[in-house]
Design a protein around this ligand. Structure first.
Ligand SMILES: [Zn+2]
Length: 125
């Protein structure tokens, strides 16, 4: 359900978020798995998640990790049209459950001068 990209950060430029679709039942995970937790299938196909999603829930953090410049930091769980849910930063200060968001690539934080990039979610317009 949650993408490790936010927590781990990535330093290489990625343009699209990858997912892994179970060939047995069609369930998509953003984490590469050995066995599908829904059907036990072991074959997965790499897919890319579409750019549009909607916000399911969010929270604001006032104590953030080193190098994060957005304060407060808004984190939300979004859902893509195919049902895949992902946790990530929301770039807008005005947020509401159900709002349409779009996947975007951006700077998450800077640690010891090293820029860490990852996926964020920004309002559609
Ligand atoms: Zn499956």
């Amino acid at each position: 359900m949650f993408s490790p990209l936010f927590w781990l950060g990535v330093t290489e430029l990625e343009e699209r978020m990858k997912g892994f679709r179970c060939e047995g039942c069609g369930w998509i995970s953003t984490v590469k798995r050995v066995v599908c937790p829904r059907c036990g299938g072991k074959k997965f196909q790499e897919v890319y998640l579409s750019g549009e999603c909607r916000l399911l829930t969010f929270t604001r953090l006032y104590a953030v990790s080193e190098g994060v410049k957005d304060m407060p930091l808004t984190l939300g769980v979004v859902e893509f049209d195919n049902g895949t849910r992902v946790l990530g930063q929301i770039t807008s200060e005005k947020v509401s459950v159900g709002m349409k968001l779009r996947l975007a690539w951006g700077l998450l934080r800077v640690v010891d001068g090293k820029k860490i990039y990852g996926f964020k979610f920004k309002p559609e317009n």
